[in-house]
Design a protein around this ligand. Structure first.
Ligand SMILES: O=C(O)c1ccccc1NCC(=O)[C@H](O)[C@H](O)COP(=O)(O)O
Length: 263
C-alpha cells in the first residue's frame, strides 16, 4: 500500500464517522477571494503552509503555535495560508485551521485529502476559503463532483496534479486554478521539473498555475516562475526558517523576468 492509499483509507473512516455524527455545519461564512489577489500582483505569490509534521519528513515543528505563525506569515506578505488539517499523518487539525482563519485577513486553504462533500462543508464552516482536490486520490467523476460542489459553495479550488494523466483528467473541467505538486505522493520523490513539464500543457492563459512542494531556494522560485507559476505553495522551507523576513525576501520573485534573474 502506498502512503497515499493509506491516507485515503484513513480518510474514508473519518468521513464515515462525520456522516454518522450527522453534524450540521454553518455554511454562512463569506470566503476571502484568492485567485484575483494572485493574478493582479506583480510578484509571484507565496501560499505559506503550516505543516507540523509529514509522512516524508516526520516532525518538522510539531509544537508550533499556528496562530502566531499565521500572523507572521501574513505580516511578511503571504497571499494565503495553507493549513494541513490531517491529524494522523500530519499532526494538524481543523481546530488549527479555524484558529488561523479567525485571526488573518487573507484566505486560508484547507490542505487535506478531500474525498467527500461533508469534508468541504466542514472546511467551509471552519473558515476555509480554498480547498484542495488531489487528482491522484480521486476518480475523474468524483473529482468533477467535488469541484462543482465546492465552487457552488463559493469556495475556490486548487486542483492538484502530479502526472500527465491527472492533468488530462482535470483539464476537462477547465479549472480556474491548477496546483502542480512537485512531490510524488506515492514515492515522496520531489522534482521541480514536474512543474516545468506539466505547466507547458496548460494552454488556457486564465488558469492560475501554482507550483507546490520542494521550493527551497530563489533558483527554485525562478524556475517555477519561468515555467508559468504565479504562486508557490511552500511548507517545510518556511517552517524551518529561523529568519522569516529573509526567507520571504529570498523566495519572493517578480513575475517579470529580469537580467539579474539568471539562475
Ligand atoms: O509532505 C509530505 O510528506 C506529503 C506526503 C504525502 C502526501 C502529501 C504530502 N505533503 C503535502 C504537500 O503537498 C506539501 O505539504 C506542500 O506542497 C508543501 O510542500 P513542502 O514545501 O515541500 O513542505
Amino acid at each position: 500500500m502506498t502512503i497515499l492509499e493509506k491516507i485515503i483509507a484513513h480518510k474514508q473512516m473519518e468521513v464515515d464517522k462525520l456522516l454518522e455524527e450527522a453534524r450540521l455545519f454553518d455554511m454562512s461564512k463569506q470566503p476571502v477571494p484568492f485567485k484575483n489577489r494572485v493574478t493582479t500582483s506583480n510578484e509571484v505569490q507565496i501560499i505559506s503552509e503550516i505543516k507540523r509534521s509529514s509522512p516524508s519528513k516526520g516532525d518538522i515543528k510539531a509544537e508550533v503555535h499556528p496562530v502566531t505563525l499565521a500572523k507572521q506569515y501574513e505580516a511578511y506578505g503571504a497571499v494565503a495560508i495553507s493549513v494541513l488539517t490531517d491529524n494522523v499523518f500530519f499532526k494538524g487539525s481543523m481546530k488549527d485551521l479555524q484558529a488561523v482563519a479567525e485571526v488573518v485577513q487573507i484566505p486560508v486553504l484547507c490542505k487535506d485529502f478531500i474525498i467527500h462533500t461533508v469534508q468541504i462543508d466542514q472546511a467551509k464552516a471552519a473558515g476555509a476559503s480554498i480547498i484542495l482536490l488531489i487528482a491522484a486520490a480521486l476518480s475523474k467523476q468524483k473529482l468533477h463532483e467535488l469541484y462543482h460542489y465546492a465552487t457552488e459553495k463559493g469556495l475556490e479550488v486548487i486542483c492538484e496534479v502530479h502526472q500527465m494523466e491527472e492533468l488530462e483528467a482535470i483539464l476537462e473541467l477547465d479549472p480556474a486554478i491548477i496546483g502542480i505538486n512537485n512531490r510524488n505522493l506515492k514515492t515522496f520523490e520531489v522534482d521541480l521539473q514536474t512543474t516545468v513539464k506539466l505547466a507547458s500543457h496548460i494552454k488556457n492563459k486564465n488558469t492560475l498555475i501554482i507550483s507546490e512542494s520542494g521550493i527551497i531556494t530563489r533558483s527554485d522560485a525562478l524556475l517555477a516562475r519561468d515555467a508559468g507559476a504565479e504562486a508557490l505553495l511552500i511548507g517545510e522551507t518556511l517552517m524551518r526558517s529561523t529568519n522569516l523576513f529573509e526567507t520571504y525576501h529570498t523566495l519572493k520573485v517578480s513575475k517579470i523576468r529580469r537580467m539579474h534573474d539568471a539562475r
